[in-house]
Design a protein around this ligand. Structure first.
Ligand code: SF4
Length: 394
């Protein structure tokens, strides 16, 4: 049976390690100049080499995003970068621009090309054009229903791999093909600099009353016409796997380690055949910042009553990360913790409760009844590494 790859974001090396720990089969990362997430942290070339080595030693893959729409003068540096990454054994380049695809292929660079969702591929015919050019994979547009994806799978057969976004933020426009950010703040979405003005609150102004902003209410909080909910397709994993989709991609190179760990905790279990109920999935997904969840276009239509959007610019979240461990059993405290407090523990494929000792020993030798975010606590030897402690806030 087809087994989907679970593809996770890696905004920087630290997040990459969390993604590996929590079961990503592959990660995607940006190179400083040539990525669509200019503010995600990203990797320098040398660091990308170290990251690829780290991944390969653990049997995982690393794809590098080269998905800006470049200016004419930028092709040469992109090709230099692509050649260097080929030397470092990058497993794939994520590319949106036709000219960049052509230039990489013509330069004889052997790294597989994955066509980015930013290329907005919505049909088998277009996917097959990319196959004929020599591309290895297409990440389909997020704006497709399951039936349309199945139709594409039928037609492309094995001629090109198909990847689908399974979780994360969405654009109100076709992914990234929007210039609101360029117009309002001079930051281009297709240069990785989107300031996400689609999430903002909007008012009405009358031509002759400059500076007078009249609130327009769709509810008592204001007007949030374009603020999309987050995609959450954990219940489509089996169906997408059954029709032969090769890779399931999680959005979010700007997101936190808490997001990476929690999202992968769910999708890894689902892909490994562990049953995760709708109730459990939504409960756990609400532990991390979100804008409400939707199935997006997957079911073929949007509910005009608000299925696609939220009614506020605020994020929802019913937990606060209060501490985490990484490579050792030292707990980095992120928020005040009281001795004896019972917290939720996210530990790879498990979510359990954990009660802190009444007296917590800090790394400077003090015994404390309460610790705060400047402190590090020595946890018992068997306390899990790469684990997150969080407080539920209802
Ligand atoms: S403003 Fe919103 S819709 Fe436009 S590119 Fe940015 S995130 Fe996407």
């Amino acid at each position: 049976m087809n087994k989907c790859e679970l593809l996770a974001p890696a905004g920087d090396f630290r997040k990459l390690k969390w993604a590996v720990e929590y079961g990503a089969d592959a990660v995607y990362m940006g190179i400083n100049e040539f990525s669509l997430r200019a503010y995600a942290g990203n990797f320098g070339l040398e660091e990308a080499g170290e990251a690829l080595k780290y991944l390969h030693e653990r049997g995982r893959k690393g794809y590098v995003t080269l998905n800006i729409y470049p200016w004419t003068s930028e092709f040469e540096p992109i090709l230099d970068c692509a050649k260097a990454l080929e030397e470092m054994s990058a497993d794939g380049f994520i590319v949106a621009d036709l000219g960049v695809i052509d230039a990489i292929l013509k330069a004889g660079i052997k790294v597989p090309i994955h066509v980015s969702t930013q290329a907005n591929t919505t049909s088998a015919q277009t996917a097959l054009v990319y196959a004929d050019m020599g591309c290895s994979r297409v990440n389909l547009a997020r704006e497709l229903s399951f039936e349309k994806i199945a139709e594409i799978m039928d037609r492309v057969e094995d001629r090109i791999e198909i990847e689908v976004f399974i979780h994360g933020s969405q654009c109100f426009s076709y992914s990234g093909r929007c210039a609101i950010s360029d117009y309002l703040v001079g930051r281009g979405a297709n240069r990785g600099q989107c300031s996400q003005p689609c999430r903002w609150s909007y008012h009405l102004t009358e031509e002759k009353r400059d500076g007078s902003f009249m609130p327009v209410f769709e509810d008592n909080r204001g007007l949030y016409l374009f603020n999309t909910r987050d995609l959450a397709l954990y219940d489509y994993v089996d169906r997408l796997q059954n029709i032969g989709v090769k890779s399931l991609k999680i959005e979010g190179r700007m997101k936190t380690i808490h997001y990476i760990a929690q999202v992968l905790n769910i999708y890894r279990r689902v892909l490994d055949g562990v049953s995760v109920s709708d109730e459990e999935a939504i409960t756990l997904l609400n532990r991390i910042s979100n804008r409400g969840y939707t199935k997006g276009f997957m079911k073929g239509y949007m509910d005009p009553q608000g299925d696609y959007k939220t009614d506020s610019a605020d994020y929802l979240c019913d937990s606060r990360m209060v501490g985490h461990t990484e490579e050792t059993n030292i707990l980095q405290v992120n928020n005040n913790i009281a001795g004896g407090e019972t917290l939720e523990l996210l530990d790879h494929d498990k979510v359990t409760m954990y009660t802190m000792p009444k007296l917590m020993k800090t790394t400077n030798g003090a015994l404390k009844q309460e610790v705060n975010n400047s402190m590090r606590v020595i946890m018992p030897e068997d306390f899990p590494k790469y684990a997150i402690l969080r407080r539920i806030i209802k």
